[in-house]
Design a binder for this molecule. Structure first.
Ligand SMILES: [Zn+2]
Length: 680
């Protein structure tokens, strides 16, 4: 097996231990200055511009920034500190200014127009043409056609937006960390699983407290909400959690995102209007697969209609059960996960905790690698002694069946302080070819699983295994690409509403017995999940699916509506109330301010794009239905998936790729079937 390729790949990976917050700003300034100079001489080139003398150099310049910035952005997410945050805030302003400058550069725009309309264009490869066309589209979306005064506004809006969105997430992190509750007596914590108690004890110890300390970190919060019999405690934590970073709750006004939300929406609307879109939603769709604002609303409302009956049924079943069995006469929001879990145990005699012993992390990871080997023919191997940001982080290489190195990824599994919650995949290095040498892609896979206690292998829930597969799907999309130009390689250039296709697709294998046997085994005995437990688990799969979908649709419709209105439209809260009226079957508390920590849309890339999850679910379920027909481990079908989706990345139109894989356009029915909302 070749080893020099891996050495070359490792040699360009970031040196996290060498990143010094105090020098970031200066280093970035120097790098951006260097880039500006090179771009100036590039656009001043005499004679005909060509792919080789222009685009290649331009990609190189962009890649330099991306490789410098990616590890810093990553550290800000997983190893935050005061110093880093200060540097990050200053640096992000510089970067935004730089990016806006490029987006507004007349000479660059003129250069790409020349490339597009000169005689050579027709002789370029389709992927190269796409790079140029996408660049021109993005130039136009970046306001290049605006007159000078409007351009100045455009630039100011972008700078302010980027500061606001950073502040938005910082407020959530601060609000999450500022709340803790110490409990001396475990009689208050009846129902909590052993490992949650251990974790709470550990939390207390770290704070020099006795007893148990509960926090708003998701694993702790979720465990209390799902299992703790103490209703008052659930209510108290629920209130603290859903009012994070808002004007309500125990930390009212301390980290309030209200103004950030209002201002972000105003600025986004102005930005869209400057570019002659009627709303930010319309602007957002310019780079997406969905054809129009109306088509998205119609899609979401269609799903809402088709799932409304199921949601009402689910809620009715839940409340009836709570009255009869739990002596809860009126099911409140803080009772829902708890009652749901009790009902699940009652109806399916099944608890999510029952499965945890079968998912020791090490086994799960090995099984995941075996699964993708069978499906896509790729081999994952651990790499040692690679520089990383925390000792828990693991590093792996990915090779194809021919032994060719395809890429590398970091795996950061456990939640800890100074690490943002949730799970995600991010790019560290993007694949491209330069002087005939491949720059191998590198990904960060980040999760927030319960950390191991007392040196034992951490045990995962089935949901966490699902999350891991999901993020791994994104990772493969990034790593297996064969595209040589960074702007359309991997997930780059893939429309947002299609980018969840590989990730949601891969989740299906966590429901397949044969795949599940690869990723599970009792942590003490190694025994497989017993048949009857597996059957109960499958029976429980679509348990309360109607309620789940209605919640997702509430988020998606809310996101789309607040971005589809004008700046003088109703308040965010009023729109949320209306959406809930329309979609939700659970009456929320008046103080609920979930939008104040809805970072997907206020601090991430999902603004007017949250619908993408459902949109992509349709694609993923439909793609999987081909495996249902041809065999879930059918290597030919796997190869076809790899070739149609994972390797082309953003180099081709996603709808065309989909039709190539499926032999027809996407259909909604496999999703409805999968969610148990209709019969096959
Ligand atoms: Zn995802």
């Amino acid at each position: 097996m070749p080893t020099c390729d891996i050495d070359a790949a490792i040699s360009v990976m970031p040196k996290f231990s060498a990143i010094k917050p105090l020098t970031i700003v200066d280093e970035l300034r120097e790098l951006l200055e260097q880039n500006r100079k090179e771009i100036d001489s590039l656009v001043a080139l005499e004679g005909e511009l060509t792919w080789d003398n222009f685009v290649t150099q331009f990609e190189e310049i962009g890649d330099r920034v991306s490789r410098f910035w990616s590890p810093i952005r990553h550290l800000h997410g997983v190893a935050d500190s005061e110093e880093l945050r200060t540097a990050y805030t200053e640096a992000i302003a510089m970067l935004t200014e730089y990016n806006t400058e490029l987006a507004q550069s007349d000479p660059l725009f003129a250069a790409f127009k020349q490339l597009r309309y000169n005689a050579d264009f027709e002789s370029l490869q389709p992927v190269q043409k796409r790079v140029i066309d996408n660049t021109l589209r993005d130039f136009r979306l970046g306001g290049i056609d605006l007159d000078q005064s409007k351009r100045k506004h455009f630039q100011d809006f972008n700078t302010e937006l980027s500061q606001l969105t950073t502040k938005f997430s910082e407020n959530i992190l601060d609000a999450t960390q500022a709340w803790a509750k110490n409990i001396k007596n475990d009689s208050q914590l009846v129902g909590l699983p052993e490992r949650s108690l251990d974790l709470a004890k550990e939390n207390a110890k770290q704070r020099n407290q006795s007893g148990y300390t509960l926090t708003l970190d998701y694993p702790c919060y979720d465990s209390v909400m799902t299992y703790c019999d103490n209703r008052n405690l659930r209510r108290e934590m629920y209130e603290a959690y859903v009012t994070r970073a808002s004007d309500r709750g125990p930390q009212a006004n301390l980290f309030d995102n209200s103004r950030n939300i209002d201002r972000i929406l105003v600025l986004r609307h102005k930005l869209a209007r400057l570019l002659s879109f009627s709303s930010y939603a319309e602007y957002s769709l310019a780079t997406k697969m969905a054809p129009s604002v109306a088509s998205v609303i119609e899609f979401l409302e269609d799903l809402a209609r088709r799932s409304a009956g199921a949601a009402k049924r689910d809620y009715g079943q839940l409340t009836a059960f709570a009255i009869d069995n739990l002596a809860i006469d009126s099911v409140e929001p803080w009772d829902i996960p708890y009652c749901t879990e009790k009902l699940r145990q009652h109806a399916f005699s099944f608890s999510a905790e029952e499965l945890r012993p079968y998912f020791p992390t090490t086994r799960v990871i090995e099984g995941l690698f075996k699964t993708v080997r069978r499906l896509f023919g790729i081999v994952v191997e651990q790499l040692y002694e690679i520089d990383r940001w925390h000792p828990d982080v693991l590093v792996y290489s990915v090779r194809d069946e021919a032994g060719i190195l395809r890429g590398v990824f970091y795996l950061d599994l456990y939640s800890r302080e100074q690490k943002r919650g949730g799970a995600w995949m991010d790019e560290c290095i993007v694949r491209r070819k330069h002087n005939d040498i491949v720059q191998h892609p590198v990904a960060y896979l980040t999760c927030n699983f319960t950390p191991p206690v007392n040196q034992n292998d951490s045990l995962l829930t089935h949901d966490e295994v699902l999350t891991l597969f999901h993020e791994f799907g994104h990772g493969l999309h990034h790593i297996l690409t064969l595209v040589d130009y960074s702007s359309v390689s991997g997930i780059n250039g893939v429309p947002w509403d299609g980018v969840e296709l590989p990730s949601q697709f891969l989740e299906n294998w966590v429901w397949e017995r044969s795949a599940l046997d690869e990723v599970s085994g009792h942590f003490k005995t190694g025994k497989p999940i017993p048949d009857e437990l597996f059957e109960r688990m499958c029976a429980a799969k679509n348990f309360q699916a109607g309620l789940h979908i209605s919640r997702q649709l509430e988020f998606a419709i809310f996101d789309f509506r607040i971005h589809a209105g004008g700046s003088d439209s109703q308040s965010v809260q009023a729109i949320l109330d209306q959406v809930r009226e329309q979609v939700s079957v659970i009456e929320p508390t008046l103080y609920n301010r979930f939008q104040h920590s809805f970072s997907h849309i206020f601090a991430g890339g999902y603004a007017a794009g949250y619908y993408s999850y459902k949109w992509a679910e349709v694609l993923a379920a439909d793609a999987f239905s081909r495996f249902v027909t041809e065999g879930v481990f059918n290597p030919n079908t796997g190869k076809s998936f790899r070739e149609c989706f994972l390797e082309p990345g953003g180099s081709e139109d996603l709808m065309i790729l989909f039709e190539r894989f499926r032999g027809r356009g996407p259909q909604i029915d496999p999703l409805l079937y999968q969610a148990g909302l209709s019969a096959r």
